[in-house]
Design a protein around this ligand. Structure first.
Ligand SMILES: Cc1cc2nc3c(=O)[nH]c(=O)nc-3n(C[C@H](O)[C@H](O)[C@H](O)COP(=O)(O)O)c2cc1C
Length: 352
């Protein structure tokens, strides 16, 4: 099979990052990106929330904010795809330029600020899906809305029925006040309100509710999130979003840009938060590990730290979609080399 990325990748990287992303999404939408040879290995199967994941490698939120290419990305061999963040009303986000690549660091900085076509457009698109595959829906809030909780409620009402899971995103650094929703009382109020919406859906159609958290959390913050997660009965956590910290090791010219940093430098801090949350609640609530995954070893490290599933985005920018099957192959080999018969046995292995 022809791998087009060695040809297209260098051209895309010459363009402004957001233009390149738009072209990549358009190419996927038009079916111009070749389908890779399938790679399936039963050791990678995992069942969570009543759903069977053929493999644990997912596409993180932000790549397909408006649900234009969820099926096309499933065809690229992801085990699941998370669309969004979707805001209730359409909004354009922050002024451009607002995405920066730090190629020598394997990183990106973005301050997109939830550019979204809004829940109505996304609901229509998701309603037309025909293909089979697991799609999560990540909810955000409008910048100008006075009532954050109401925004998430509206998102859940409009999109829950199309979602294999719903993720409440309280961790993007580019919407003022959003991350304050991770505090105990606000978080409790928010989760109970969204669960109230889900309670009206018949149990067999009700998607699990996940919470996506930041990497920039203190130990007290994590205690509070753990406490509220258990108390409200959230179904899963996604750890983590991008960081506002800047590692001194960064060399990329745009390292001082404001926004959230993703990619390789995020691996260590996000894996630390993942492990910390696993120690607190991982035996009761499944975790998705995301942040800086660029190869099978990194995915395996997240799993051993406590992730039942993993996601990636930034490494795709630099390596293209062929990376997905590489990660799956390496992960399967690493599991076997350590004597695991199935993925679930390795989850949290480093914490025992
Ligand atoms: C350009 C860009 C846009 C993103 N947009 C969102 C978003 O809308 N909602 C969200 O929850 N996370 C968003 N993220 C964060 C990713 O989902 C992921 O948590 C983070 O990038 C760490 O994974 P990575 O290092 O593999 O990229 C975005 C990331 C990038 C690079």
């Amino acid at each position: 099979m022809l791998d087009f990325y060695p040809l297209a990748g260098p051209i895309l990287r010459l363009l402004n990052p957001e233009t390149a992303h738009g072209l990549a999404v358009a190419a996927l939408e038009m079916g111009l990106v070749p389908r890779p040879a399938p790679f399936n290995d039963a050791i990678l199967n995992i069942r969570l929330w009543g759903r069977d994941f053929a493999n644990p490698v997912g596409l993180a939120a932000g790549f397909d904010k408006d649900a234009r290419v969820a099926d096309a990305m499933l065809v690229q061999e992801f085990g699941f795809v998370e669309i969004g963040s979707v805001t209730p009303l359409p909004q354009t986000g922050n002024p451009r330029p607002r995405v920066f690549h730090l190629a020598s660091d394997g990183a990106a900085i973005n301050r997109l600020g939830f550019n979204s076509q809004g829940v109505d457009v996304v609901a229509k698109r998701l309603g037309k899906r025909t293909r089979f595959g697991i799609v999560g829906v990540n909810l955000g809030r409008n910048k100008d809305s006075a009532e954050a909780v109401e925004d998430f409620v509206r998102g859940a009402k409009m999109l829950a029925r199309f979602a294999d899971y719903l993720a409440v995103n309280v961790s993007s650094p580019n919407t003022p006040g959003l991350r304050a929703l991770q505090g105990r009382d606000q978080l409790r109020q928010l989760l109970l309100a969204v669960q109230g919406v889900l309670a009206d859906i018949a149990e067999c159609d009700r998607p699990p509710l996940l919470l996506k958290i930041a990497p920039d959390l203190t130990s007290d913050d994590m205690d509070e999130i753990a406490e509220v997660s258990l108390e409200t009965g959230v179904d899963g956590l996604i750890a983590t979003n991008t960081t506002i910290e800047r590692s001194p090791s960064l060399v990329g010219r745009r390292r001082k840009e404001s926004g959230g940093l993703s990619g390789r430098p995020l691996f260590e801090p996000s894996t630390r938060v993942l492990g910390e949350m696993y120690r607190r609640i991982g035996h009761q609530i499944p975790l998705i590990g995301v942040g800086g995954i660029g190869d099978g070893r990194a995915a395996y490290t997240k799993i051993r730290a406590g992730a039942s599933l993993v996601q990636l985005y930034t490494a795709l920018i630099f390596h293209g979609p062929g990376l997905v099957n590489c990660i799956k192959r390496e992960l399967a080999a690493l599991l076997r080399a350590d004597g695991f018969a199935k993925l679930s046995e390795a989850v949290g292995a480093d914490q025992r």
